[in-house]
Design a protein around this ligand. Structure first.
Ligand code: HPA
Length: 295
């Protein structure tokens, strides 16, 4: 289990064992999973009847290196919709293999989840974006994947999905439309944007030359997570909605004095967490009523 290296190192039996362990420990049968980006664990606050498992207590689960309340799987319900929240995700820059990073997604699939909402923080590249905007992810650029750091490299297990999956519709159009509709109802439409997210491995923030390259490539924001999880989710037939909070403007100009730092990222995350929570809470429930939910 979870040897180092970029290929998947888990067998179907490893995933099954973890799934069965969880199903034996809880009577919750989640249909929607929420992957909470760093500092966004409180997205689970909108759920009731909660049951929490620490990652370290779940067989085969990677253990989070992040301090605080992150590193937990929280089962619950939102207006009768059974859901599960992943508080704290695993980053490539922490040294996890892509098999570890994406392990929970296949557990969600085997548990019966049909839709995944992913959230994270990213730096705004699109000049129109403001700090505090929430970008609905329309599409992504998998930069680590271009370099062979791809979660689907290695033998393909057809029980999860096909060898050559289509990624041109990784982010459900219906869920994106639903997110716009819900934002109008909640009165937060003015902070919503839509765009292309690019994943880099990190841990350094981009150089100005790199940022300029990403702008030319058509990327609207850049961050260090979620693309492996989304790729594995799409591979196994899950519907995906991605929401990325713009926590800083990426420097595209050598004369710009402001320097990005992690504290700023966390501060803006806290500032917008409440809006994101209201959005996610509404979306968890509403996406189950949505007509394209035919899984
Ligand atoms: N770059 C990469 N990752 C990030 C950024 C950024 O500017 N902001 C938040 N996560």
């Amino acid at each position: 289990m979870h040897t180092k290296g970029s290929c998947c190192c888990c067998s179907f039996e490893d995933y099954k064992l973890t799934t069965e362990w969880l199903l034996n420990q809880t009577s919750h049968r989640p249909k929607v999973a929420v992957i909470c980006g760093s500092g966004l664990g409180l997205l689970a606050d909108g759920a009731s009847n909660k049951q929490t498992f620490r990652y370290q207590d779940i067989p085969n689960f990677p253990v989070s290196t992040v301090a605080g309340h992150e590193g937990c799987l929280v089962f619950g319900t939102i207006e009768d919709t059974p859901c599960v929240f992943m508080q704290g995700l695993f980053h490539l820059y922490e040294g996890y293999s892509l098999c570890q990073v994406t392990f929970p997604v296949r557990i969600f699939k085997l548990m019966g989840v049909d839709s995944v909402l992913v959230t994270n923080a990213s730096g705004g590249i699109c000049p129109d974006f403001k700090v505090g905007d929430i970008m609905i992810i329309k599409d992504h650029v998998n930069l680590p994947g271009f370099a062979g750091q791809h979660p689907l490299c290695g033998p393909n297990d057809e029980r999860f999905g096909i060898r050559f999956p289509c990624m041109s519709d990784a982010y459900s159009k219906d869920l994106r439309t639903l997110a716009w509709d819900v934002s109008v109802e909640l009165g937060c439409r003015d902070v919503l944007r839509e765009g292309v997210y690019c994943m880099v491995s990190g841990p350094n923030f981009e150089t100005i030359a790199e940022a300029r390259m990403l702008l030319i490539l058509g990327c609207d924001s850049v961050g260090m997570s979620i693309v492996p999880e989304v790729t594995v989710a799409k591979h196994c037939g899950l519907r995906v909605l991605g929401l990325s909070l713009i926590t800083n403007k990426v420097s595209l100009d050598y004369s710009r004095e402001e320097k990005v730092n992690h504290e700023e990222v966390l501060e803006i995350t806290q500032m917008r967490a409440e809006v994101l929570q209201r959005l996610v809470t509404a979306l968890v429930h509403r996406c189950q009523q949505h007509p394209d939910n035919t899984h």
